[in-house]
Design a protein around this ligand. Structure first.
Ligand SMILES: [Zn+2]
Length: 137
């Protein structure tokens, strides 16, 4: 599951909170931040009051993505949050973005990383198109 998908899924489980992965919202309900939502959707077990979590739910792919260098903050332009994981928490905590909005932003980066990691697939697709043109000519 993509990080962005898990974030959207987890956002449906609980209200949003800031500054902690899981914490009590103002109404007392247990909430999650953007990363907490993704982790929970990926199967991270939450022990209620002490919030013990198991990071084995975080896949190596997610860890690589969380460490991916990103552009300055899309809201304030700050260069202080140059890793995707830090940017996610910055958007969640300091700019009050919803987890769904953060997921859209993460998805754009996932798409960019995916296309950069698999440029040869585009080339193969082009060859297939060229081949079909040759066949139909
Ligand atoms: Zn910012």
């Amino acid at each position: 599951m993509l990080l962005s998908e898990a974030m959207r899924l987890g956002a449906m489980i609980r209200p949003q909170v800031k500054y902690l992965i899981f914490a009590r919202a103002s109404d007392g309900a247990l909430g999650s931040c953007a990363l907490g939502a993704a982790y929970e959707a990926a199967g991270m077990a939450i022990a209620t009051e002490r919030f013990i979590w198991d990071y084995s739910a975080v896949s190596p792919e997610w860890l690589r993505l969380l460490g991916h260098r990103v552009s300055p903050c899309p809201v304030c332009g700050s260069h202080a949050w140059r890793r995707l994981g830090f940017s996610v928490t910055h958007l969640n905590n300091d700019h009050g973005w919803s987890r769904e909005r953060i997921a859209d932003w993460v998805q754009a980066i996932e798409d960019e990383v995916e296309s950069r990691n698999h440029p040869q697939e585009d080339a193969r697709q082009t060859s297939a198109e060229e081949l079909s043109e040759l066949v139909s000519a």
